[in-house]
Design a protein around this ligand. Structure first.
Ligand SMILES: [Zn+2]
Length: 119
């Protein structure tokens, strides 16, 4: 699914809904203009905490929770100049990546957001 990830209040504002600015959550606004709030869990957490991912176009591998408009994300990619990048978190110390923000699962040290051109 292609689109942009926006804070839920910003996504609702496009429909003239003035939700409180501190409304929790983010939503995917698809290229077709559909809005799907995103379930916060391991593989989507980066979309909630990284403002960087809330500005540019993204591609999400995601499925709707049956019977709802809520999206469960299984992979996050960014798009820049028509190139697609896989997004993960990198520990330079261990030379390992993890798929959600937070300390390295191996050494407990810091990880940094990484965008790698998709092969
Ligand atoms: Zn580490």
């Amino acid at each position: 699914m292609s689109g942009k990830v926006l804070p839920l209040a910003a996504a609702l504002a496009k429909f003239g809904v003035k939700a409180d600015a501190d409304t929790p959550g983010v939503a995917l606004v698809t290229d077709e203009g559909k809005v799907s709030p995103i379930v916060k869990e391991e593989l989507s957490r980066m979309l909630f905490v990284e403002e960087k991912l809330q500005s540019g176009p993204v591609r999400l591998t995601a499925k709707l929770v049956p019977g709802t408009t809520l999206l469960r994300v299984s992979a996050v990619q960014t798009v820049k100049d028509d190139k697609v990048y896989d997004v993960d978190y990198w520990c330079d110390n261990c030379q390992l990546f993890v798929l959600s923000p937070g300390p390295c699962k191996c050494c407990g040290g810091p990880t940094v957001l990484r965008e790698t051109p998709t092969k």
